[in-house]
Write a protein of this length. Structure first.
Lengths: 668, 96
């Protein structure tokens, strides 16, 4: 197994290096056969990496304890789903997954572009395979998942119990789908720079790749948040942990890029900015992987440390210097076709959105790296608290939300203020009218939450208006039913209306986050059986305690009855598990907390059992978290909207059209 | 070990055949594709985008998102761009 795995990785490295050389040679010499050979090299690399992946999975499933990785992260009694997910339990396996996804996406990109963007393909192929060379080198010579042990142990150490969770099966691969897919836009961007094809052509080639990456990066972040909520028992889902930030930063940059490319497509502006963003987004994706796996930051999400740092830093430096050197050398070619004619225009709104998103990214980067910087300078690690992030992120988030409402209502180039005023009047009035209504609730006890709700209503009204006006026009023009008109509206412009659905999801997300962060009620209690305590307007009764032992763990749990106005509202069963050490070292024993959650439309009841002592006293922490479920619902809405935007449109043939014919067609 | 060696040999041969195939079946020195056909496809894409933009501007006018003044300016600009693109594509010929 070790031989097969190592050999396929080395062959993949050789094939990737061959593709780089052949693709660049094909470009300089103009040989079509060489480029075809380079592209087939991409398929070969993908095939070889697939063999390596399957070999690793086979080793994990068949308890091949001759491999250090299998021994370190599985055991013979581990259930098979966890054995499969053990592939991404630590650094070498995660990097193998990264590299495999990269070669998969490279193969798909080559296949999709076999008849298109031919001028861009040699350099794009070389860049993608250059990245593959780096990862296969790391996997072959620095941190091999196929490393053999000198003596084969009878059993493995097992998988960290925290990782034996459904969300941990899906969260890393989904996140990696997003991280790795960003390599394709980067490769095409570099190719466009090298070939001086700096019109919107390269942007069209990578538009869907960017949406795909953005969508999966976002889904991965939310799945990670759901895992943290259920598994880490701190009562929330997001604590601005460095690893959370590592995924959040490229997502923010990809969000900025998705908006700014529209400005280049429509107005031929922001070319330098778009090139900068595509390079930065990829750099942050690699940096995120580095941050998660290098161990330079302390994180609740990090499950492995390594000595990979210098290699990743060198790679990031090469990408940064190479990309920005190329951008600087092409500055004269990147000059815009137009300039910003008015601040009352869609491009100005997108520009403001970009400035805020990039500003937030660098604020998060500063907060994430500050402890590392202080440690390297003063020798003392000074961490940045949640307060710093909230102070920066909340006002920027509210401003972005407001821009989300304005963007769809304002025209390109220059909007007349009277028209803009007419369009904004109803959404703005609804947003403002929400403010006094919120006085009936306690929403204004947090100005941020109140503002988010008002801004959310403004955006929802703006988007609803867009759907209403569009459907009305379709209904009038097409003579179709109202539901038919709505379907036709979305189907004919999937990117625009899919984007609006995403905006609705963002509103729901903001409201869910505002509720769940600003209005948490927390209470601590020490109860014995039959005793009760009150948190807010609810009474919690300790009804039962239990202790069980099986071959893997010792478990303690309690049953809490939750009563409101004398009526039973829910039953919560928080507990703790102490997993036995599978190896010889008793320090390997691990304790996990199983939170008790009752989810509802308006609130989550969340109970954490801190301790159950021998006298039957249970120390319990209760959180009443409002609106949490809306965060997960928002994720689904955003995914649906992104899926609509991603779906390819039916292609219209332009072949027979000449200038006058097509101009007539457009007029008609 | 023998099975692993055989498998490694097999995937090596497959990979080599896969990448060498185009080199053996193309006349040596064959040029890359006609750059004009790539340019034509690129222009086709841009024309399609430009026509879609014209349709969207028209649609926004019907929906009341654009005043007549805004519509006239945007529409004229996009139409001029579309015509310029179409002219450039016509100049390339039909590619036959």
């Amino acid at each position: 197994v070790s031989l097969l795995g190592r050999a396929t990785l080395l062959l993949a490295l050789a094939a990737a290096a061959y593709s780089v050389v052949m693709a660049l040679a094909a470009r300089s010499r103009g040989r079509r056969a060489w480029q075809e050979s380079a592209e087939r090299g991409v398929y070969a690399v993908f095939g070889l990496m697939s063999v390596a992946m399957l070999t690793m999975w086979a080793a994990l499933l068949t308890d091949t304890f001759e491999l250090r990785y299998v021994t370190g992260y599985t055991s013979s009694t581990l259930e098979w789903p966890w054995k499969i997910s053990a592939l991404w339990a630590s650094q070498p396996g995660s990097l193998l997954l990264w590299a495999w996804l990269l070669t998969l996406f490279a193969a798909v990109a080559v296949r999709l572009n076999r008849d298109r963007n031919r001028e861009l393909m040699p350099v794009a192929t070389a860049v993608l395979m250059g990245i593959a060379v780096f990862f296969t080198m790391v996997l072959s010579f620095v941190t091999s998942p196929f490393e053999r042990l000198a003596t084969i142990p009878p059993d493995g150490r097992g998988l960290n119990p925290l990782l034996q969770n459904g969300y941990m099966v899906s969260h890393p691969p989904v996140l990696y789908l997003g991280y790795v897919a960003l390599a394709v836009p980067f490769a095409f961007g570099i190719s466009a720079l090298v070939n001086r094809r700096l019109d919107a052509g390269w942007i069209v080639a990578i538009r869907r790749w960017t949406i795909f990456a953005w969508l999966f990066l976002g889904a991965g972040i939310l799945l990670g948040a759901k895992w943290a909520y259920e598994e880490l028992a701190f009562g929330g889902m997001w604590i601005w942990d460095p690893v959370e930030n590592a995924a959040f930063m490229p997502w923010l940059l990809a969000t900025a890029f998705l908006h700014s490319v529209m400005v280049q497509e429509r107005r031929g502006m922001l070319k330098v900015w778009n090139m900068t963003l595509v390079a930065l987004t990829f750099v942050f994706a690699v940096f995120g992987t580095f941050l998660t796996r290098s161990g330079i930051v302390q994180s609740v999400h990090a499950f492995g440390e390594s000595t990979l740092g210098p290699f990743f830093l060198a790679f990031i430096m090469i990408v940064l210097v190479g990309s920005f050197g190329l951008i600087v050398s092409r500055l004269p070619d990147l000059r815009s076709r137009h300039t910003l004619e008015s601040y009352a225009s869609r491009e100005a709104v997108f520009l403001a959105n970009n400035v805020l998103l990039v500003g937030l990214t660098f604020a998060v980067l500063w907060g994430t790296m500050y402890p590392v910087l202080t440690e390297s300078v003063t020798g003392r690690r000074i961490t940045v608290g949640q307060g710093f992030y909230d102070q920066v992120a909340v006002p920027i988030g509210v401003a972005l939300l407001v821009l989300t409402g304005i963007g769809p209502l304002i025209s390109w180039r220059k909007a007349s203020l009277s028209q803009l005023g007419r369009r904004l009047a109803v959404p703005f009035a609804l947003g403002v009218a929400t403010a006094p209504l919120l006085l009936l609730t306690d929403a204004w006890s947090s100005w941020a939450a109140g503002t988010v709700v008002c801004a959310g209503v403004f955006v929802a009204a703006s988007v609803t208006g867009e759907f209403w006006r569009g459907t009305r026009v379709r209904h009038a023009l097409g003579g179709v039913s109202w539901p038919g008109a709505l379907v036709q509206l979305v189907a004919r412009n999937r990117r625009r209306y899919g984007g609006y659905v995403v905006h609705v999801g963002i509103v729901i997300l903001f409201i869910g986050l505002a509720g769940s962060r600003a209005f948490v009620t927390e209470g601590n209690m020490v109860l014995t059986k039959g005793e009760s305590a009150t948190v807010g307007n609810r009474t919690f009764v300790l009804e039962e305690t239990s202790r069980t032992i099986d071959e893997h763990k010792r478990s303690t749990s309690v049953r809490l009855g939750v009563f409101r106005n004398g009526e039973r509202e829910a039953t919560l069963s928080p507990g703790r598990n102490l997993y036995a050490a599978l190896g010889s070292d008793p320090r390997d024993a691990q304790e996990t907390t199983e939170v008790g959650i009752d989810s509802g439309i308006t609130r989550d009841l969340y109970a954490v059992l801190t301790r159950l002592d021998e006298q039957g006293r249970a120390i319990i922490t209760i959180f009443v978290n409002p609106l949490v479920v809306w965060v997960w619902i928002a994720g689904v809405v955003i995914f649906i909207g992104g899926g609509i935007a991603l779906w390819p449109p039916g292609r219209r043939s332009l072949a027979p059209a000449t200038a006058p014919e097509a101009a007539d067609r457009a007029t008609a | 070990v023998i099975v692993a060696v055989i498998l490694v040999g097999l995937v090596t041969v497959l990979a080599v055949v896969l990448v060498a195939w185009p080199l053996l079946h193309h006349a040596p020195g064959a040029a890359t594709e006609d750059p004009r056909s790539d340019e034509r496809r690129r222009l086709d894409d841009e024309i399609e985008r430009s026509l879609a933009a014209i349709r969207e501007i028209e649609f926004d006018r019907h929906a009341g998102n654009l005043s007549e003044e805004d519509f006239a300016a945007l529409d004229a600009q996009e139409r001029a761009r579309a015509i310029d693109l179409l002219r450039r594509r016509d100049e390339l010929g039909d590619g036959a």
